[in-house]
Write a protein that binds this ligand. Structure first.
Ligand SMILES: *[C@@H]1O[C@H](CO)[C@@H](O)[C@H](O)[C@H]1NC(C)=O
Ligand SMILES: *[C@@H]1O[C@H](CO)[C@@H](O)[C@H](O)[C@H]1NC(C)=O
Ligand SMILES: *[C@@H]1O[C@H](CO)[C@@H](O)[C@H](O)[C@H]1NC(C)=O
Ligand SMILES: *[C@@H]1O[C@H](CO)[C@@H](O)[C@H](O)[C@H]1NC(C)=O
Ligand SMILES: *[C@@H]1O[C@H](CO)[C@@H](O)[C@H](O)[C@H]1NC(C)=O
Ligand SMILES: *[C@@H]1O[C@H](CO)[C@@H](O)[C@H](O)[C@H]1NC(C)=O
Length: 456
């Protein structure tokens, strides 16, 4: 097997040792299982292998190969729930995500209508289902002379991929070899900054967990979404991305390491986690992102009360999604222009306040992030754009404008908490003539919290 080429002598010794343990485990567990569940289960299902005793040269090798970083939550819990199968060619973490080594992707077994990356105008109104592949048996193969784990439940696409796994005998016929670490991501959405940010964070902490340099890690999109303006995030934060649909010209691809990332809904900063604390490496994630886009990546908590930057993010119609061909967005202030004029007038009475506004829909990402990174008080209508609260400096403030139907949602408050940003929900009635006054008052409250004497 070509895999053996990558294996030093040490590695071979390690395998023999593992094998002895494996056989011992196998024997003991078979005895137990046969007593309890005769013939019902595969051995592997219940026997995650134990850590092996190793001498220092083994540990040196493995440290180079793979030492997990278990700092903070959730990484501590991921480390604690590692399960190894098939000579560590398959490792599953907390039934959330998994890693394969020396795996072969057989692209023909990913069935789908689209390849992904199309221009949006070419695929308007296509069904969402057309933007995903169906992963059939043999899609993923690993060098494993044993039955694979059964009865493990992973979510969404990962369960399909896990159950597609079969064994291969030789990788000599692979027509592409990818030596670099790869993270496979099945994006839920690609045009929405909230979904993108949560997915980006997942891929980023997976890099930190496995101690891989994000800028050397390849991203593999398992979805077939059209091209989107946010795709550039993936090539900036990581080495580059490719689309599974575009790799179909290769029938067998040997990947030395693929990390199969958990789906968006299981991101640690997804609002369903109801996080009350900053997760592992979040500050590093923010810094990494801002650096890649040449924005101020410092994280100073001290606010400059001689010149406080207040930024209002407006909303505009924009075609970014095949299933919203008009590009019409909801939750716009009907009289936004007038509200902004009033706000500008009111804030201009204070020499130390610098009130500005902008629209992000068609602004280069670099400019978006540069704007956010210098903002002290961030104002915007409830909507995905407020996800940028995660890129503010800590100890800044978010004023979320919400109409009656959104007031019960705490999504952006959660994201503010994660980034240690102060939060204020500002309930407004769209048509009310006093909207500008209300926004001014909400903002003033946060301004005075940051700089108590700035408006006197
Ligand atoms: C580690 O184990 C290998 C093989 O068993 C042996 O050759 C080597 O001397 C050991 N190294 C140490 C530091 O014990
Ligand atoms: C994990 O990462 C932190 C921060 O980079 C570092 O200080 C720590 O030493 C790492 N832990 C391990 C086990 O490498
Ligand atoms: C583990 O590796 C050894 C040596 O390469 C091999 O004989 C054995 O079949 C492998 N075990 C599994 C479960 O693949
Ligand atoms: C495991 O390897 C042996 C010997 O190479 C072979 O006879 C057997 O069919 C293999 N089993 C599986 C499940 O691949
Ligand atoms: C992958 O690694 C092998 C051996 O280290 C090397 O021969 C091959 O050229 C590498 N492939 C790529 C695409 O770098
Ligand atoms: C006010 O904000 C704008 C836009 O961020 C910036 O260009 C300008 O320099 C700022 N003015 C002051 C006085 O900080």
């Amino acid at each position: 097997m070509a895999f053996n080429n990558y294996c030093s002598k040490l590695c071979m010794q390690y395998r023999h040792r593992r094998r002895r343990y494996f056989l011992l485990n196998l024997f003991v567990i078979t005895l137990c299982l046969c007593a309890i569940f005769p013939f019902k289960y595969h051995i592997f299902q219940l026997s995650p292998s134990k850590p092996l005793p190793r001498n220092s040269s083994f540990s040196d090798l493995l440290r180079k190969e793979m030492t997990l970083n278990c700092t903070g939550d959730p990484l501590t819990t991921w480390c604690a729930a590692e399960m190894k199968y098939c000579n560590s060619s398959l490792l599953i973490y907390k039934n959330l995500f998994f890693l394969t080594r020396s795996a072969i992707l057989q692209t023909i077994h990913a069935e789908g209508k689209r390849v992904g990356g199309e221009q949006i105008q070419a695929v308007l109104n296509q069904a969402e289902n057309d933007e995903y592949f169906h992963f059939k048996k043999d899609f993923l193969q690993i060098p494993c002379n044993a039955s694979l784990p059964r009865g493990i439940t992973l979510q969404y696409h990962l369960s399909k991929i896990l159950s597609s796994i079969t064994s291969y005998q030789t990788s000599a016929n692979a027509d592409l070899i990818v030596n670099e670490s790869t993270i496979a991501v099945n994006r839920h959405d690609y045009a929405n900054i909230y979904h993108t940010m949560t997915d980006l964070y997942t891929a980023y902490i997976l890099c930190r967990f496995f101690q891989r340099d994000p800028k050397s890690v390849r991203i593999l999109f398992l979805d077939a979404h059209p091209h989107g303006n946010l795709d550039v995030y993936w090539s900036k934060l990581f080495h580059s991305y490719s689309r599974l649909g575009h790799l179909k010209k290769y029938s067998k691809i040997l990947y030395h390491e693929i990390i199969w990332a958990q789906p968006q809904a299981q991101s640690d900063i997804d609002v369903q986690r109801h996080r009350k604390q900053t997760p592992s490496f979040f500050a590093d994630f923010r810094q990494h992102m801002l650096k890649q886009f040449h924005a101020d990546s410092t994280a100073t908590r001290t606010v400059n009360c001689e010149s406080l930057q207040i930024f209002y993010l407006g909303r505009r119609n924009y075609v970014a999604h095949p299933r919203n061909p008009s590009g019409k967005v909801t939750r716009q202030l009907p009289n936004e222009k007038q509200v902004l004029e009033t706000l500008q007038k009111k804030f201009s009475g204070y020499s130390k306040l610098n009130f500005t506004y902008n629209y992000f829909e068609q602004l280069p990402i670099e400019e978006q992030l540069q704007t956010i990174a210098r903002t002290d008080v961030f104002i915007g209508m409830h909507g995905a754009g407020l996800t940028y609260v995660t890129m503010l400096k800590p100890n800044r403030a978010l004023v979320e404008l919400s109409g009656p139907s959104w007031q019960s949602q705490d999504h952006f408050q959660q994201l503010a908490i994660i980034n240690q940003v102060r939060y204020r929900q500002c309930a407004i009635q769209d048509e009310s003539p006093t909207v500008a006054e209300k926004i001014f008052d909400c903002t003033k409250e946060k301004v005075l919290e940051l700089c108590p004497s700035i408006m006197t």
